[in-house]
Design a protein around this ligand. Sequence first.
Ligand code: PHE
Length: 448
Amino acid sequence: MKRDSFSSKFGVIAAAAGSAIGLGNIWRFPYIVGKNGGAAFLFVYLICIILIGTVIMISELSLGRKSQSNPFGAFKMLKSSSNWKYAGFLAIATSFIILSFYTIIAGWVFSYFCSSITGKLATIAPENLAPYFQNIASNTPVVLLFNLLIIGITAFIVISGVQDGIEKYSKILMPILFFTLVILIIRSVTLDGSIEGLEFLFKPDFSQLTTKSVLEALGHSFYSLSLGMGIIITYGSYTKNEENLVSLSLKVIAADTIIALMSGIVIFPAVFAYGFEPEIGPPLIFITLPAVFQEMPFGTIFETLFFLLVGIAAITSTISLLEVSVSFLTEEFNLSRKKATLLLSIGLFLLSIPSTLSFGAWSELKVFSLTLFDLFDYVASYIFLPVGGILTCIFVGWVWGTKNAFKEISSNGMYSFKGYNIYNIIIKYLAPIAIFIILLYSTNIIKL
Ligand code: PHE
C-alpha cells in the first residue's frame, strides 16, 4: 500500500505549525514571557529553541522520513531486534494521554464559542464569570457532549487522510487563525492604555531572569513545539525527500513563536487597558477575557473571533495527536484508517471520562494529592514527555547514529561538515542533559 504524504511545502508547514500552535501558545507563553522579564526572557527562549528545539525537530523529522513509518515502526526499523521500539510506543502513549484531556479543554472552548456567538456570555455579570466557568466545567454531561463533538471533528479530518484531511484543513485553518489574530491585534493595541500590556510583555527586565526561567523556557519550548511525543516523527514520515528539513523546522519554529507573541499582543494590552490582572491558563481565557470583552465596544464580535481562534489552534493540535496513534494502528496492525480512527476515538472518549469527572463528581478523588485530570497532565507532560525527548536524543545520537541522521537531513546535499559537528554535540550531549535537568526540575527532584 502506498503511504499517504503531504503534497506541498505549504501543506507540511501548515500541518506541523498547526500542531505546534495550540493552547500553550495562547494561554501560557505570553504570560511566562511577561512574568520572567519580557524581552530578556524572549532572548533566552530564542536561544533555547534555536539550539535545542531545532535540532530535536530535525532529528524527529529525519527519523520519520528515513523510516517512512510511525514512531514505533521508526525505532523498530532503524534498530531492529532491540527494545528501542518501546521508546516509540512511549511517545505514542504520551500523545494519546495528552489528547484525552486536550479534547476536554477544546470542548470548553467550543462551549464558550457558542455562548459567545449567541450573546449569552455578554450578559453574565463579571463577578459571576468565575462561577459560570465552574458550572460549565463541572457539568459532566455537557462537557462530554462537547468533548464528543471535538473528537468527532478531529476524527473526521483524520479519517479523510494525510493529504485530503490533515493537510487540506491545516491549509485552510492556519491562514484563518492568522488573520483572526491580526484583526484582534488591531483592536487590542488601539485601546487606550494598551501600552502597559505591551510593556508587561516586552520590557526587558534582566533581574527577573533566573535559572528557573531558563528551565521554564526550555520546558515550554518542548511542549510548544510538540516534540518528544511522536508527532513530528509521524509528520516527518509524510514529508517528501526533496523537502529541506532544516528550513522546514526553522519555519515551523518561527511560526510557533510569532503566533505565541501575537496572542500576547492581543491579550495583555486589552487586559491592562481595562485594569484587569494578567493570568495564566484556563482562568485567563475563561474568566478574565470574557470580562475584558464585556468592557469593549462590539466586544461580542471580538470575543467570538477570539474563541474561534482558540478553537482552531486546539483542533489543528488534536488532529496531530490523533494521527500518531492512527498511523501506529494502521501500520503495525494493518487496520484501515477508518477502523483505526473509530476505534481510537471510542478509546479516547472513554479515557477522557475520568478527567471530565474530576471537575464534577470526582473532584475530591486525589491521587498523590492531584485530581485525575491533573494527574494525567502531570504524568504525560512532565514525565513521559521529557523522557520521550531524552530517549529520542539518545537514539538519534548514539544508537541510530548522528552520521545516519545527518545523511538523511542533508540528503539534498545542503549541509556542511561544520553543521554536522554542531548538530552532533547538541544531539548527543547538550539536548539530553538539558532535558534531563528539566525532568529533575519539573518532578521537584531539584528545587530552585
Ligand atoms: N504544542 C501544543 C501547544 O502549544 C500542544 C501540543 C502538545 C499539541 C502536544 C500537540 C501535542 O499547545
